[in-house]
Design a protein around this ligand. Structure first.
Ligand SMILES: NC(=O)C1=CN([C@@H]2O[C@H](COP(=O)(O)OP(=O)(O)OC[C@H]3O[C@@H](n4cnc5c(N)ncnc54)[C@H](O)[C@@H]3O)[C@@H](O)[C@H]2O)[C@H](O)CC1
Ligand SMILES: [K+]
Length: 511
């Protein structure tokens, strides 16, 4: 469940080799044999190995240790009867270190090889490709023969299995360089690299599997790795959350908290509905949706389980403010923003809620836009759970940078923002990042593009409120909500062949 940068991986590699004493050759042998097993398993399960003739795989070999992994994999594949051809990106003499040793072994074994560029490659003579060109030592866009070879491999239409990371993918940010291998599977060695669970990695890496190579996962703790993949293992081991935990018999609605939803406007009342229902579906005992009086009649009876509260006049009138503060103080959690719209003096109004209440707050949608127009660094740090849930565009406004800058390094941007403002930040999008004020960041693997639909964010905000209301710490509530939200979206998509006719209500129904 750890997610590492190239540098963190290299440090742990060095420690295992230089301090623990496991030779690099042993790690490489483990890596190569793991890759070979995945290639054979893929061949069997994808109709390449039908038992009639040996599968034929081209192994693209770079000059570094990634190439070394490929050479070891080639040897193991040959040992198991697979027809292998080595395709060196540059002449074999250029290989260094362990890779050079593996190249010499391959030569002595007579493994067939071609140096790319010396003769045209007949891709039709292969069933698949192993990409062992560039790994965590890659810097910048693939150059020269590496770039040409990547383009040809992608154009071949053959399935590509990548060693450690798809060559051309930035291991830390997931930004795909031009060109970048598009793999059907990536065999991550020892640990998930960040790039595999962010931005481009989700597109380019195909199915990602993590294979042990002799580096204990617990070493990541020793090295203070602060980035994790969300999932049941993390929830059980680190959050000690057991979803099966039964509710005690002698409990009542109050036991499970009371969420106040501050949301909705004439044009966007649905957001408040979705948010309120989601808070209930996430398990909150009670939910009250507060809105200006004028809105209330239209919503009576829509969600019988949700209590409605009206404010005299508009949000920002003195008596409305007083009643709202009283409601916020009397509830366990307040979710602000879905469908709220903007109104004169909204920054003062939000700052009042921020400063004058000690209630856990979830700020979403227009509450984030209000915050972006204010200067958050001049607002006091809150002592109580405060969770912001921006999508990349809202994050760009909050951090005063462009959206593309946000997507360039989502994890570090989210982490630094959460620490600076001492709050929990949920940076939505493919591979949602949850950054906690303690510096930890969590990556969510669940969810799908079908969830890019109006109201999905309102559901998530309500779910976070609902889990907070039941007493979960802010980071746990945000992580579990994000993971469940994506899982529900995946189940909803699976029920629709296109996967893209999802609407937010479907996510709610699947919770
Ligand atoms: N003990 C270990 O370290 C283990 C490493 N494993 C594998 O090794 C790679 C990392 O290997 P490294 O030698 O550091 O770098 P690469 O193999 O990624 O090779 C990069 C190589 O290519 C040149 N290069 C760098 N950037 C570019 C570029 N943009 N275009 C062209 N060429 C480039 C540069 O000269 C480098 O030498 C890791 O991913 C694992 O696959 C094993 O897993 C076992 C343990
Ligand atoms: K690779």
């Amino acid at each position: 469940m750890y997610v590492v940068t190239a540098e963190e991986m290299q440090k742990m590699d060095r420690h295992v080799i230089d301090v623990i004493g496991i030779p690099a050759a042993v790690l490489m042998e483990n890596a190569g044999s793991a890759i070979a097993r995945d290639v054979q398993e893929y061949s069997r399960t994808h109709g390449i190995d039908k038992g009639k003739r040996p599968p034929r795989w081209a192994i693209l070999v770079g000059k570094g240790n990634n190439g070394g992994d490929g050479l070891v994999a080639a040897r193991h594949l040959m040992e198991n009867g697979v027809d292998v051809t080595l395709l060196f990106a540059q002449s074999p003499e250029q290989l260094t270190g362990e890779a050079a040793r593996q190249q010499e072994i391959a030569r002595r074994l007579g493994i067939p090889s071609i140096v790319y560029g010396t003769s045209p490659v007949d891709w039709r003579s292969f069933d698949g490709i192993v990409d062992a060109l560039l790994g965590t030592g890659s810097k910048g866009a693939p150059r020269g023969p590496y770039a040409d070879l990547i383009r040809e491999a992608n154009a071949s239409g053959l399935p590509i299995i990548s060693a450690d990371i798809p060559s051309g993918l930035d291991a830390d940010t997931g930004v795909p360089h031009d060109p970048c291998i598009r793999a059907v599977r990536t065999v991550a060695l020892a640990f998930l690299k960040r790039g595999l669970v962010q931005t481009g990695g989700l597109d380019k890496a195909g199915e990602v599997v993590v294979r042990p190579i002799g580096i204990w996962p617990s070493l990541a703790d020793t090295f203070g790795i602060q980035t994790f993949l969300l999932g049941e293992q993390l929830f059980r081991e680190r959050f000690r959350l057991d979803p099966r935990l039964p509710r005690q018999a002698d409990t009542h609605k109050g036991t499970y908290g009371h969420v106040l939803v501050v949301a909705g406007s004439r044009e966007m009342s649905g957001a408040g509905l979705l948010c309120s229902k989601a808070a209930l579906r996430a398990g909150s005992g009670l939910v009250t949706w507060v809105m200006p009086d004028a809105l209330l009649p239209a919503l009576i009876g829509h969600v019988p389980e949700v209590m409605l509260a009206g404010l005299p006049g508009k949000w920002n009138l003195p008596e409305a403010r007083a009643k709202l503060i009283a409601l916020v103080r009397s509830r366990s959690v307040t979710v602000i923003g879905p469908g709220l719209g903007r109104f004169p003096g909204d920054a003062d109004w939000l700052r009042m809620l921020w400063e004058e209440t000690n209630s856990p707050l979830v700020l979403d949608a227009d509450a984030l836009n209000i915050l972006a127009d204010a200067d958050l660094s001049s607002w006091p740090k809150r002592e109580t759970p405060t969770i912001l849930t921006p999508h990349p565009g809202e994050m760009a406004r909050l951090a005063n940078v462009t959206t593309s800058k946000i997507q360039q390094n989502r994890i570090e941007l989210a982490r630094s923002y959460a620490r600076r403002h001492r709050l929990t930040l949920v940076l939505k999008g493919a591979g949602t990042v949850v950054a906690a004020p303690d510096g930890r960041a969590y990556i969510n693997p669940t969810g799908n593009p079908g969830m890019a639909t109006g109201g999905a964010g309102d559901v998530l905000a309500g779910m976070i409120g609902g889990l907070l209301a039941q007493g979960l710490p802010a980071d746990h509530a945000a992580c579990l909500a994000v993971w469940l939200h994506g899982s529900a979206g995946d189940r909803a998509a699976a029920k629709r062949p296109s996967g893209y006719s999802l609407i937010a209500t479907d996510i709610l129904e699947e919770l």
